[in-house]
Design a protein around this ligand. Sequence first.
Ligand SMILES: [Zn+2]
Ligand SMILES: [Zn+2]
Length: 387
Amino acid sequence: MSEDFYDILGVSPDASTDEIKQAYRKKATEYHPDVSDDPDAEEKFKKIQKAKQVLTDEDKRQAYDRMGHDRYEQAEKHGFDASDGGAGGMGGMGGDPFGGMGGGNVGGGLGDLFEQVFGGGGRGRRRPQKGRNLRTGLEITLEDAYEGTERQFTIERPEECDVCGGEGYPPSADATTCPECHGRGQVTQVQQTPLGRVQQTTTCRRCQGEGTLYSETCGECRGEGYVRREVTLTVEVPAGIQGGQTLRMEGEGAPSPDGGPRGDLLIDVSIEEHDEFEREGDDLRYRLPISFPQAVFGDTVEVPTLDGELEFEIPAGTQSGETFRLEGEGMPRLRGRGHGDLFVQVQIVTPEKLNDEQREALESFAEAGGDEIEVKEGFFEKIKRAF
Ligand SMILES: [Zn+2]
Ligand SMILES: [Zn+2]
């Protein structure tokens, strides 16, 4: 990652403030430490926030452009405030990366409040809203979770209406200025807040922020501007994912109502139960049935792993229920290197059928050990009678 703020956000040096904010939201979502797999996510996230803070403040940005990256950083370290103090310096406090992403007019929260109080950011223009996030589920096998996989799936989601091009009205419709907001698309209300009286500007409900009303609505989408349609997507499922975790596909959610970026698609992952393995975090548990002689004398057997069979030495004198740890044979760790362990729990299986030879051998085994078994009433006798 280059240190240059424009490079960090992936925008060109002549990008508009809106473009920078949009790029910031995208990057911030990508590198948010709660959702990113990147081990350096936290540091990158901080750099992204810093870059946005400087580049969306007109004064700071001018200073940055004039001085270049290194000199700017140097100057700032020595207490120079590029915004020459005042309210402009508060711009960075609106740094909630998810502000305004929730869709609808309630998004934004404190960030927007600061912008309204201190006049930062918007400069009277409404920033485009991000579309709604959508949610779906995806069930994968334990093998998929072990290897990591790519999965195709189909969802139904709102897509721009072809008939009206997303406008919600046909080209023939007559336009009139919205009487509610007088074409501004916004209405202003005075609100009591913890910071005193604040003028809150909200989207006009009558025209939904368009500023214009139309004489006809599109028949295809009933004026919505979008219709529900099936789309097939492919998601990358990282190795080591756990059931209950959520993957985020950026920009695959609902379209924005006003030309902003699409929302995201959240995918709740669940994992099918496995026939052989039980998962506990990154560890796997496997029950290995062995015979009594194997437990007594020890043996070499094949144990399954999610990566093929493995030779396993049963030590002589193994007890039923004893557990052995095969290091590194469990699930891969999602955000790090290496694997969890495979715990093999041995279970001695008591035979339900014996042939005569086996029965005699076991009877002599019992006798030799000095055990007095009342054979007539005993277990083996019962078994014999059953045949
Ligand atoms: Zn339409
Ligand atoms: Zn209006």
